[in-house]
Design a protein around this ligand. Structure first.
Ligand code: GAR
Length: 192
């Protein structure tokens, strides 16, 4: 049986798109659900384009009820992928899916992680510190922001004069290139 992936995203969802594309015709796995806290998120349109169902949840539902867990269990989800999802994952969800939740972060953790470190804030901090390189991290999720075991990192160089947009672009290129493949190899290693 194919492994079943659920994607959580809060915004544009370009990574969600790459994952949906990658697993559209794949013998190993399929994306069965997209979840978001943001009813305006463009990821909803992207999910619709791939005819993948979506679930929008509120803060109350996510933190005060087990509804999201119930949905994920009903769909027999094997792997939860956070792709630009900005809320902390509650302990109840972590405990229901031990070692089955992974996150993408736009920096080389443990640097530039933690609360408030997401999206452009990360790249701004990296430029302000005149870093000569940056990169991406894919890691298991635990109860702290950006602190779980690292699964994959890749790097790019920051050239003198690189702008925020350029650094962001280089990071996105790496994310799009690596995230779906890392998910696939992780799923291959996972016992069902
Ligand atoms: C990605 O760059 C991801 O690394 C980042 O949000 C972006 C989402 O882009 N995640 C974080 O900052 C998490 N702390 P996308 O919506 O186009 O996939």
């Amino acid at each position: 049986m194919k492994k079943r992936i659920a994607i959580f995203a809060s915004g544009s969802g370009s990574n969600a798109q790459k994952i949906m594309e990658h697993f559209k015709r794949n013998d190993e796995a399929e994306v069965v659900l997209v979840l978001t806290n943001n009813p305006q998120a463009y990821v909803l349109q992207r999910a619709d384009n791939f005819e993948i169902p979506a679930h929008i949840f509120t803060r109350h539902e996510f933190y005060e009820t087990d509804e999201v867990i119930r949905i994920l269990k009903t769909l027999q989800v094997d792997l939860i992928v956070l792709a630009g999802f900005l809320w902390l994952v509650p302990l109840t969800l972590l405990k229901s899916f031990p070692n089955k939740i992974i996150n993408l972060h736009p920096a080389l953790l443990p640097k530039y992680g933690g609360k408030g470190m997401y999206g452009d804030h990360v790249h701004q901090a990296i430029l302000a510190n005149k870093e000569e390189e940056s990169g991406i991290t894919i890691h298991f999720v635990n109860e702290q922001f950006d602190e779980g075991e690292i699964i994959h990192q890749s790097k790019f160089k920051i050239e003198p004069g690189d702008t925020l947009e350029m650094v962001k672009f280089k990071g996105q290129q790496l994310e799009h290139q690596h995230f779906p493949k890392v998910i696939e190899s992780l799923l291959k290693k996972m016992k069902s």
